[in-house]
Design a protein around this ligand. Structure first.
Ligand SMILES: *[C@@H]1O[C@H](CO)[C@@H](O)[C@H](O)[C@H]1NC(C)=O
Ligand SMILES: *[C@@H]1O[C@H](CO)[C@@H](O)[C@H](O)[C@H]1NC(C)=O
Ligand SMILES: *[C@@H]1O[C@H](CO)[C@@H](O)[C@H](O)[C@H]1NC(C)=O
Ligand SMILES: *[C@@H]1O[C@H](CO)[C@@H](O)[C@H](O)[C@H]1NC(C)=O
Ligand SMILES: [Zn+2]
Length: 439
């Protein structure tokens, strides 16, 4: 009788101590989703049952900090490479050449390898080189080649593509799910152009921003159903993140908008510039005019001007070869206009990444993630080593740190799972044995 009880208890303890995650060697799949311009607090004033459920079933960060240069292409490329912007050299949404005055708008850069491929390998290529199959659906940087190598399957977003078509959003999820379940992909990155689009056009405080957050929430619900439908629940990890936040643009009559030509003669003093692009500006002075440009801009209000070699180290921009000699960061909410006010945006980004309005989101769920875990904030650069760990691949050189993000993850310390649990089961058995022996 006692022996039976003992065996029962032993079995029960052992079962309880069995690891929930699979043993090392079983590689789960990974879906990385980005919703462009999803400010960290956009779900705080909208009813979002599906996003809320992600925290119950997985992990959420209070917020995350994008790299300095809070713009779509630079920030996404930091997420997918784990490298600072000065290293990967995608230093603007626009491709440019200060010598030839070439300027290529963002959507047109999406097929230009020359802009993206600067010797830093993104996760797709590193994973493929280790035998994995990867895909990119509209994700920035996914549509070009790196050292001549393309992503296994890449769909590139075309200019003029509507950002907010919910039916298409669902079709795109269905297609990605079939890449995983029918074609055995290991990693797919999926990109949505909202809520960035609405944030720019209407401003983050407009009711339409709440409407699009509800649409995103329904899409997350659809994603959860699709994962079940494709029998991927135990095999697929999902990370949902974004590239930057959004702030309301300050306009007349509340403020005097910045017109830089009032402070320096741009035609005379600059040979190249990208201004009129929100809160972040770049400029190449004519030969010998650098100090004059710097002094003039130092007198302009509501902005900070940097010589490239004096950019604070925390920006991780100064080493860039592409960045022109002068960089301007406007104060939060101020736009940099060159000669006239041509900018119609009601919301924008590109401001200092310490501003709360530039912070963005992180959720994750799936077999390798903890449940009901609210993480402290971290920098988006640390997502890269986490993704490598989840995919069980050797990372390329990067600037992230796994120690920041590995506490989100459940898994795979060694074959057989948490050694501590097994050990305590064993100790309990010994204690029980000695108790029984004394009876
Ligand atoms: C810019 O264009 C010039 C002239 O064609 C070329 O020599 C230079 O390499 C280009 N710079 C970059 C960074 O591509
Ligand atoms: C939305 O996407 C669906 C599916 O791709 C398409 O059939 C429909 O025409 C699109 N609607 C608009 C307004 O573009
Ligand atoms: C913008 O600059 C003006 C002039 O220096 C200053 O009076 C004003 O307080 C600044 N506005 C903000 C919001 O910092
Ligand atoms: C970022 O990582 C690269 C590659 O390991 C390295 O060369 C670079 O010095 C790192 N940057 C910083 C700021 O540590
Ligand atoms: Zn944007």
């Amino acid at each position: 009788m006692r022996l039976e009880l003992f065996l029962l208890v032993t079995v029960a303890i052992y079962a309880a101590a069995k690891p929930l995650s699979k043993a090392a060697g079983t590689r789960n799949k990974l879906l990385l989703i980005s919703f462009d311009g999803f400010r960290w607090d956009y779900d705080h004033d909208v009813d979002t049952p599906n996003l809320d459920q992600l925290l119950v079933d997985g992990v959420k960060a209070k917020y995350i900090t994008p790299p300095m240069l809070t713009m779509t292409a630079p920030s996404h490329f930091t997420t997918i490479t784990g490298r600072w912007v000065e290293d990967h050299e995608v230093v603007h949404n626009m491709m440019f050449n200060a010598t030839t005055n070439l300027k290529v708008p963002y959507k047109k850069t999406l097929t230009k390898s020359k802009w993206w491929d600067n010797g830093v390998l993104p996760l797709w290529i590193t994973a493929q080189n280790q035998g994995l199959k990867t895909g990119s659906f509209y994700f920035p940087g996914g549509g070009v080649t790196y050292g001549g190598q393309a992503v296994n399957k890449a769909i590139v977003e075309m200019s003029g593509h509507p950002d907010d078509n919910e039916t298409e959003w669902r079709h795109n999820i269905d297609r990605v799910m079939s890449w995983f379940s029918d074609e055995n992909f290991n990693l797919v990155t999926l990109y949505y152009g909202e809520p960035d689009n609405v944030g720019h056009a209407k401003g983050p405080d407009h009711p339409d921003r709440k409407v699009i957050i509800k649409q995103i929430d329904r899409t997350i619900g659809y994603l959860r159903e699709a994962i079940v439908r494709h029998h991927l629940t135990d095999k697929l990890n999902v990370i949902i993140t974004s590239d930057h936040g959004m702030t309301t643009v300050k306009k007349r009559p509340q403020v005097d908008e910045i017109i830089l030509n009032k402070y320096l003669n741009l035609l005379k003093l600059a040979s190249f510039e990208i201004l009129d692009y929100g809160g972040f500006g770049i400029l190449t002075p004519r030969p010998g005019k650098e100090q004059e440009v710097f002094n003039a801009l130092s007198n302009a209000p509501n902005l900070t001007v940097y010589k490239k070699n004096e950019i604070p180290e925390s920006f991780h921009l100064a080493k860039s070869e592409r960045l022109p000699p002068i960089v301007i960061v406007a104060d939060l909410g101020f736009n940099l206009n060159s000669r006239f006010i041509v900018y119609v945006n009601k919301g924008d980004h590109g401001y200092h990444n310490r501003e709360m309005d530039m912070k963005t989101i992180f959720w994750a769920f799936g077999p390798d993630f903890k449940k009901n875990f609210l993480s402290e904030p971290f920098d988006s650069i640390h997502i890269y080593p986490l993704m490598c760990k989840l995919l069980q691949i050797e990372p390329a050189p990067h600037n992230g740190s796994l120690s920041v993000t590995e506490n989100l993850n459940n898994c795979v310390l060694s074959a057989g799972g948490p050694p501590g649990a097994r050990l305590s089961a064993l100790l309990l058995m010994l204690v029980l044995l000695s108790v029984l022996a004394q009876l």
